[in-house]
Design a protein around this ligand. Structure first.
Ligand SMILES: Cc1cc2nc3c(=O)[nH]c(=O)nc-3n(C[C@H](O)[C@H](O)[C@H](O)COP(=O)(O)OP(=O)(O)OC[C@H]3O[C@@H](n4cnc5c(N)ncnc54)[C@H](O)[C@@H]3O)c2cc1C
Length: 388
């Protein structure tokens, strides 16, 4: 396959020299693990102690990884990326709430974003997290098949209503909706609810997309059985395919509680699983849609190769490539320049509320071997090319 990701002029065309310098500085900091650990600790402490750190965070990590503090802030960013053919997925990244009010406001936010999706070609999907609409512990209790109390049953019905409200609106507007994947011990309840939504709203179009985390060894069989049910019962399946973001947590919990970890034993097994899933989906494109969420170059090249081998058009509406804003621009912008469908998750929300997201990004960039050094080497190459 033609190695398109090396083109740094295309990758960083939207970055001014000073933005390029900021990105270089940021990834240099992130590559230092003790510094990230200390930074996360100090930031958490500073927020709890109401110290004025918001400005500093905004000017550094926040502006690099997020589109703004609200959905309107994101629009200039969306428009800029769209100039280069890269789409955005507005990601309301407020996490970890346990009260009902934030669940209702998150639902309202997704309903608003669905209007943007309808209006703007540059925003092809809306997205939400199951725990944005309901309590983690409630999903967990259902996943563990523990009987709910009367109050919890009523609470769950409110979660179902929130899902139904956004999926129905997406269906009525004929736009697509991604639903993120989370920890395995709450995911069964989410999967069953998403399947219910697919049965209702994916009869003619692939409106509702679930997420398949291929670091779990049981996911390809799950996808195949879901596909069987979909074929039998007449609905279509949209699936975001990712490797998975909670590996350490998953392995630790399995060890602590003495059960077999749901995570593949090696990175190579996860990679094989990812590739096998994409291959299965490409072979069944008549009823499955792929959103390949990865920063792994090999995985992107493999999907591009498969498309070429099977004579599938680069802009086939059932295949999307996805990356996160602030990461792997060399993949996103070069894919778009070569005619593929690409969308970047563009997180937004009040600085304090998106901190867990930002800390995950910093940790991930520290722990994912090669990811930060790859970003750094590309930024270095572009600095050299621009003679900065
Ligand atoms: C657009 C987009 C949407 C996303 N949505 C979600 C989501 O909804 N839910 C979610 O959980 N994550 C999500 N992610 C994050 C994703 O799951 C990965 O954590 C992240 O993208 C890194 O994986 P990679 O394929 O990009 O890169 P790679 O660097 O190739 O892979 C790193 C990943 O491989 C796996 N891995 C690493 N070491 C091992 C090992 N020893 N054994 C087994 N597996 C290993 C882990 O999953 C690790 O994150 C999303 C990512 C993107 C780009």
């Amino acid at each position: 396959m033609n190695q398109i990701f090396e083109n740094t002029a295309t990758a960083f065309a939207l970055k001014s020299d000073s933005e390029l310098e900021r990105a270089y500085f940021l990834f240099k900091m992130i590559s230092n693990e003790p510094l990230v650990k200390m930074g996360s600790f100090i930031t958490n402490f500073a927020f709890k102690a109401h110290l004025p750190v918001e400005g500093l965070i905004r000017a550094t990590v926040f502006d690099h990884f997020c589109g703004g503090v609200n959905e309107r802030d994101c629009i200039p960013v969306v428009d800029r990326m769209w100039e280069k053919g890269v789409c955005s997925v507005l990601d309301y990244s407020v996490e970890g709430k346990d009260e009902e009010d934030p669940f209702d406001s998150a639902t309202e936010m997704i309903l608003t974003i669905l209007d943007f999706v309808k209006e703007k070609e540059a925003i092809p999907f809306a997205v939400f997290k199951p725990t944005g609409f309901g309590r983690f512990a409630l999903y967990q209790k259902i996943s563990e098949k523990i009987e709910l109390t009367k109050d919890e049953e009523a609470e769950w019905q409110r979660v179902v209503k929130r899902f139904d409200k956004v999926c129905k609106k997406a269906h009525d507007l004929e736009v697509s909706l991604l639903i993120d994947g989370e920890e395995s011990w709450m995911q069964d309840a989410a999967d069953n609810l998403v399947e219910e939504m697919m049965r209702k709203y994916n009869k003619k179009k692939r409106i509702v997309f679930n997420t398949l985390q291929t670091y779990r060894w049981d996911r390809l069989p799950y996808l195949k059985s879901l596909h069987e049910r979909a074929t039998r019962d007449g609905f279509l399946v949209g699936m975001k395919v990712v490797r998975g973001a909670y590996m350490e947590k998953e392995n630790e919990r399995a060890k602590e509680n003495g059960y077999t970890s749901p995570i593949c034993k090696t990175k190579a097994e996860t990679d094989d699983n990812f590739n096998a899933t994409i291959e299965y989906m490409i072979d069944n494109l008549d009823s499955l849609s792929i959103f390949s969420g990865t920063h792994n170059e090999d995985s992107c090249y493999r999907l591009m190769e498969l498309m070429e081998q099977k004579g599938i058009a680069k802009n086939n509406t059932h295949i999307w490539f996805g990356q996160l804003y602030g990461m792997s621009d060399h993949i996103s912008y070069n894919l778009a320049a070569n005619g593929y469908n690409v969308a970047k998750y563009l997180p937004f929300g009040p600085v304090r509320d998106v901190m867990p997201y930002l800390i995950r990004r910093a940790d991930e960039n520290t722990s994912v071997a090669g990811q930060t050094s790859r970003e750094l080497s590309l930024l270095k190459k572009e600095r050299k090319r621009r003679k900065i």
